[in-house]
Design a protein around this ligand. Structure first.
Ligand SMILES: C[S@@+](CC[C@H](N)C(=O)[O-])C[C@H]1O[C@@H](n2cnc3c(N)ncnc32)[C@H](O)[C@@H]1O
Length: 466
């Protein structure tokens, strides 16, 4: 059974389905969802990018757009589980089926088990979709497999899949995660919290806004219809389309998880000398946008560094609204400094990571990631942290941040770097964030969706000794 998801090798008709003429008349919502799934499973596309693109392509709006989004994101979230259910129901390995048929079946399974679609409607529309996008030859097979899937609800199927499993293995299967992620969570949390933590990844995150200091305020966003949500002092939530708000359109506010806001806020609150601030891994610029405003409150400035040119462009675009704060963006490798060493008062190292703390926002990610993704990044994470330390002036403060709670890329990296250097001391980061309780992991901060309603961000604060 396939626990991780990438079907491009098995796809006979490679390339996008977008724009091809289907062989039957089908509703645009399901066609859009199928096209998105085909790009996600076949070409490694991201649901949060391809979803809006197909919705736009088919000119879906309102309830149709919401339905297509739920079909795409919900199917992606449970993809590996749905494949196992399809295998159990059909007695066939999904790798032996046409990948387009598997995509169609996964969409149908989500309607049957994850949505409240009446079974006859879910089966009829899915069979029709199969006939239209694959061909009449698969209609009977799709119909038969879906009928078998109606024999149980989702709990019934996960109970069958979890038979004989215990502990983290069982919890992972019951909460629609690959087993290795269940084990990673079990290593980090008390036993009674592993289930709730995994379950929280199955609930789509409500977009949180940040009111960028110096450019906007939470009060302005509330007046425009948002709600102040905390735990970050700059956070608000808005039920509608964020782009409807003037402050968002003008770049004075933006969509940003409250956890990301908190880790940037903690760096700004730490005691540090005066001077320039550095954001070493800035793309696409979320934290740089907040840090620039916080630096400007002290008449200080930010240098934002990003290695990927298109992401450096995004940073520059994000920072454009901060006209008077005069931040500087450069495209450079954070491990090969093109800036003076030992000069920065505050340094943010928000390093590339596995993203295991942001699974609510990246529906397909849990099935695409592997344990190797964590180990492959550790060397780069350590190099970037060393480089951040080298950039800091004596007494300067360095934030090491990941949007993953995985111990190997959080405390493991910090402890390895601490062991190699004599010019560093750990700072009590939780004491700088009194607005969150239950986030202290010793002197580190570890946020969790099920505890704090934020992404599972990790923060360590370090001071370079004088
Ligand atoms: C977790 S993301 C940063 C998110 C960003 N701080 C924000 O809040 O929007 C990590 C970023 O590091 C960049 N990156 C990866 N390797 C890098 C390197 N050697 N030097 C600088 N940036 C790097 C990636 O391209 C990615 O944009």
């Amino acid at each position: 059974m396939a626990e991780s998801q990438h079907r491009s090798q098995h796809r006979s008709n490679s390339g996008s389905h977008r724009g091809r003429r289907p062989k039957r008349t089908i509703d645009k919502v399901r066609l859009a969802a199928f096209e998105a799934m085909s790009e996600i499973t076949g070409q490694g596309a991201y649901a949060n990018l391809v979803g809006p693109a197909v919705i736009n392509h088919h000119q879906l709006s309102g309830r149709d757009a919401a339905l297509a989004t739920e079909l795409i994101n919900g199917t992606c979230r449970a993809l590996g589980t749905y494949e196992m259910i399809i295998e159990e129901a059909s007695g066939r390995d999904t790798r032996d089926l046409d990948p387009d048929v598997v995509d169609v079946l996964c969409l149908g399974t989500h309607q049957l088990l994850g949505m409240r679609t009446p079974p006859h409607a879910a089966i009829d529309t899915t069979v029709n979709l199969a006939g239209a996008v694959v061909g009449e030859r698969v209609v009977g097979l799709v119909n038969a497999i879906l009928r078998k899937i109606t024999r149980h609800d989702l709990d019934g199927w996960t109970s069958i899949l979890a038979e004989g499993l215990t502990g983290a293995d069982e919890l992972a299967v019951r909460h629609l995660h690959p087993r290795w992620i269940g084990h990673a969570y079990a290593d980090l949390l008390p036993a009674e919290e592993v289930g709730p933590a995994l379950a929280a990844n199955n609930v789509a995150a409500v977009p949180t806004l940040v009111a960028r200091p110096g450019l906007s305020t939470v009060e302005e966003l509330v007046t425009a219809g948002a709600t102040a949500t905390g735990p970050s002092p700059y956070a608000a939530s808005y039920k509608g389309n964020p782009a409807d708000l003037l402050a968002v359109r003008e770049g004075r506010a933006a969509v940003q998880d409250a956890g990301s806001q908190l880790v940037a806020t903690a760096l700004a609150r730490a005691e540090a000398p005066d001077g320039w601030w550095l954001d070493l891994c800035a793309g696409p610029g979320g934290k740089a946008g907040l840090l620039t405003g916080l630096a400007a409150e002290r008449d200080e400035r930010l240098l934002a560094v990003e290695v990927a040119p298109h992401r450096a462009d995004l940073v520059a675009r994000t920072l454009r609204a901060h006209v008077t704060a005069r931040p500087v963006t450069i495209c450079a490798d954070g491990t090969r400094p093109a800036w003076p060493q030992g000069r920065f008062a505050r340094v943010m190292a928000d390093v590339p990571c596995s993203g295991l703390g942001a699974l609510r926002r990246r529906p397909e990610s849990r099935w695409r990631r592997t344990p190797d993704d964590v180990t492959d990044l550790i060397r780069l994470q350590q190099d970037l942290l060393h480089s951040a330390v080298e950039a800091a002036q004596p007494g300067g403060v360095i934030a090491y941040v990941t949007c993953s709670p995985h111990a190997d890329e959080t405390a493991g990296v910090v402890e390895a770097v601490l062991a190699e250097r004599s010019d560093l001391e750990l700072i009590d980061a939780p004491s700088l964030l009194p607005e969150v309780t239950d986030a202290a992991l010793g002197w580190y901060v570890q946020l969790w969706p099920h505890r704090h309603g934020t992404d599972a961000m990790f923060l360590a604060l370090l001071r370079r000794r004088s």
